[in-house]
Design a protein around this ligand. Sequence first.
Ligand code: 6PG
Length: 244
Amino acid sequence: MSYHLNTFPNAEAAAKACAARIAEIMTESVVARGVARCALSGGSSPKMMFGELAKHKMDWDKILLYWVDERVVPPDHPDSNYKMAMENLILPAGIPILHLSRIAGERYPEEASAHYISEIRAEFKLKEGELPVFDLIHRGMGPDAHTASLFPGEPLIEDDYEIAANTYVEKFNSHRVTLLPGVLKKARHTVILAPGADKAEALKHVLEDKANIMKYPCQIAAKPPYPTEWFVDEASAALLSNKR
Ligand code: 6PG
């Protein structure tokens, strides 16, 4: 896995730097292609980063937002990744609602996934069997090295062909819709924000163990020349033998 590791003193500094890099990638994509299609993750780490990103002066009229994954809950539910993004980024930045391709968590899992796939197919004008190329995919990593809603042992980790799917995460008793590895591997830019001591063991395995995406799903990455850029803090980098 070829990657750039950016290590910061604390989570706040990592979030700020990650937001600045995402703003830069979005702007570069708009300049290069007239539009930036970006998929965002949820959870708690992105909250601070989204708040920082909202402060950047961006051409939001040319930026389309998607989700890497979503819990199958209504958009006003406390667990909704959409709700978290709305509160921390979309409303503060004044991003037009029409530029959001929300995963319809209020629907049945299969319907939510099918609807999201058809929306992506239409937006990216995909032929049958074609996968979308996002300009940016922002991901997180769980303490178990999961990313998106691809948890260790999840059979979907071997699906490089479909765009998205619904899955059930036993340990959280949570139905999810998630982008699949084939899409994650095609991103022009991947940014992974993973601060916090609880991520230290997973980060060491992901970056220093041999490739085993079934065990460490966050090893899923685009191939060069499409870079994976990590934004971590000293706490999550603590166990790395090479903290470059
Ligand atoms: C989700 C996320 C998930 C997240 C990791 C890390 O829906 O929970 O998309 O993949 O990125 O669980 O979450 P934290 O950053 O909150 O630790």
